[in-house]
Design a protein around this ligand. Structure first.
Ligand SMILES: Nc1ncnc2c1ncn2[C@@H]1O[C@H](COP(=O)(O)OP(=O)(O)O)[C@@H](O)[C@H]1O
Ligand SMILES: [Mg+2]
Length: 309
């Protein structure tokens, strides 16, 4: 099982150890103790305080209680925001203001076109202000990483190919609309699955861009280190649509090899071992992670190729 870091940084690959579990165990125990003191505190204030002081103390205690409940409702924590969930709703509260503005802006542009509504989870409210910002959206059952953790054993080759094809079609639509995601990875793909249907949505547009023309180049280093194309890692100018193909290739590897800790060489070696003659997913992955961006296939080609695998 690949475990997620609760508080991850985009530049770190997930690494999970006994100590991190222990740490979160300690944090949880600490929160429980805090809850106990709050209940104890309410009884205590009832006895010893009256009037304005008790009101202030009650407000303070409620505030602390909300913080604790917030910790327990947390669904996932990424580098840019915490996502809390309640019933069928998920709410992303941003940690950094400049990121939130960018993500909200991209989502607003994306959602102007009704045809794009099936690319992202249904959004009920987008709020961004000087002080804090949030996105209230439909909650999806899991992201791709959780989905793999739960279903890897029962996912056969054909199901994996179908899953990747569906994801690629969403990315193709996104690219056609003019948006490059720049942080494609399993945690940013949301899945709702029933026994005979699978619904895919893309999330986390914090690093996305809308290039003014298809050949515009970028230099800023963003995304997640392991999924970043060599041109990004090596501080070269890069085309964001083409670097998305590299990240997709890495994601294909994760779906088949079920490993989150990898280097580009690991992928190449793994595919070399598995490679067969004719159309096969392994050659496709190797092409997608080609170190020369111009040698990588287009998203359209990837979809067509997957149909033959
Ligand atoms: N609508 C949603 N439904 C269910 N889970 C979600 C939803 N949105 C985000 N998540 C979960 O929260 C995590 C962090 O959200 P994300 O938007 O990727 O924030 P960050 O920029 O911090 O990575 C995701 O990896 C995903 O697991
Ligand atoms: Mg994310």
């Amino acid at each position: 099982m690949i475990q997620k870091r609760r508080y991850s940084s985009p530049s770190l690959s997930p690494s999970y150890s006994f100590s991190s579990h222990l740490l979160f165990g300690i944090i949880d125990t600490y929160l429980l103790l805090r809850m106990f003191f709050i209940i104890f505190g309410i009884v205590w204030t009832k006895i010893f305080f009256s009037g304005i002081y008790s009101i202030i103390i009650y407000i303070l205690l409620i505030f602390i209680f909300i913080i604790i409940i917030g910790e327990y409702l947390i669904l996932n924590s990424g580098a840019d925001g915490n996502v809390y969930s309640y019933s069928k709703y998920a709410i992303k509260v941003f940690k950094k203001q400049h990121i939130s503005k960018k993500e909200c802006e991209i989502l607003r542009i994306l959602l102007k076109d009704k045809e794009n509504h099936n690319l992202v989870p249904h959004i009920y409210c987008l709020f961004s202000s000087m002080l804090f910002s949030f996105i209230l959206m439909e909650r999806y059952k899991s992201d791709l990483l959780d989905y793999l953790n739960k279903n890897f054993r029962i996912l056969n080759y054909n199901k994996k190919i179908y899953l990747l094809q569906t994801i690629c079609m969403k990315i193709e639509e996104l690219h056609k609309f003019g948006i490059a995601h720049r942080d494609i990875k399993p945690e940013n793909i949301l899945i709702n699955n029933t026994c005979d249907n699978i619904e895919i949505r893309i999330c986390d547009f914090a690093h996305a861009v809308i290039p003014s023309y298809s050949n515009e180049f970028y230099l800023d280093k963003i995304g997640t280190r392991q999924f970043n194309a060599p041109e990004i890692t090596n501080n070269k100018y890069y085309n964001p649509y083409i670097s998305d193909i590299y990240s997709l290739g890495c994601m294909f590897y994760v779906v088949f090899a079920y490993k989150m800790d990898f280097t580009r060489n690991d992928i190449i070696e793994y595919c070399d071992l598995k490679k067969e003659k004719g159309y096969n997913i392994w050659s496709l992955i190797q092409n997608m992670i080609h170190d020369n961006p111009l040698e990588r296939p287009t998203i359209k080609y990837v979809i067509e190729y997957l149909k033959k695998c």
